[in-house]
Design a protein around this ligand. Structure first.
Ligand code: ZN
Length: 204
């Protein structure tokens, strides 16, 4: 399986990241290897040799059938589950690589950098209006709604599937809202879909 991720998909986060404003021509896509998955509430051991590690809370959807060149109007048939995940990012390393114009995949694709909450059936949600939030040590640090995405889940699926065949089990991290910052040893992260907690783990 593969993990597809969208960069800068919320206007306020794009602004805090590098001052970008407005909607780009196409979604900014990158991938994480399957070895980056961390789930079932397991601890995240801070890879401090990578420098500063930032959390990015994101809505994650799970692909449930094979598809290529999927028209946007049919894209909703290609995913069946949703959760909240964390796209951990080695921020210093990423910025250094961006400055050099070098690929920055490894700053996003290291082991345990793709944390998954428990999936919920998509039926219970309106994909264009899903509230989600991240709480660290009892304080809400990120809050978003899928309505604020620059590219909707269906637009992302239509775009990506022109290049890469989507397969059952593939995951899409759909981008993070504003409020991104650093994690520290001892932090306890909780992710919510609406009011329901679907993700909880600790940084060690
Ligand atoms: Zn992200």
């Amino acid at each position: 399986m593969k993990i597809i991720a969208v960069g800068k998909n919320y206007a306020e986060h794009a602004l805090e990241f590098d001052g970008t404003m407005g909607k780009p021509d196409a979604p900014m896509i990158f991938m994480k290897p399957d070895s980056s998955i961390l789930k079932n509430g397991k601890h995240f051991y801070l890879p401090d040799w990578l420098g500063r590690i930032d959390y990015e809370a994101e809505i994650v959807v799970r692909i449930n059938k094979l598809g290529r060149s999927i028209p946007e109007r049919f894209a909703h048939r290609y995913y069946d589950a949703v959760t909240v995940g964390i796209d951990f990012t080695a921020r210093d390393m990423q910025r250094r690589l961006i400055e050099k114009g070098a690929p920055w995949e490894l700053s996003k694709g290291f082991d345990c950098s793709a944390v998954l909450g428990e999936f919920r059936p998509i039926d219970g949600f309106d994909i264009k209006n899903i509230e989600f939030s991240l709480d660290i040590n009892g304080t809400t640090v990120q809050r978003g709604n899928s309505a604020e995405m620059l590219f909707s889940v269906d637009e992302v699926i239509a775009y990506v599937s022109r290049f890469c065949t989507l397969k059952t089990g593939d995951l899409i991290f759909t981008g993070t809202p504003a409020g991104v910052s650093e994690v520290k040893v001892g932090d306890r992260l909780k992710g919510f879909l609406g009011d329901e907690k679907v993700l909880e783990f600790q940084v060690r």
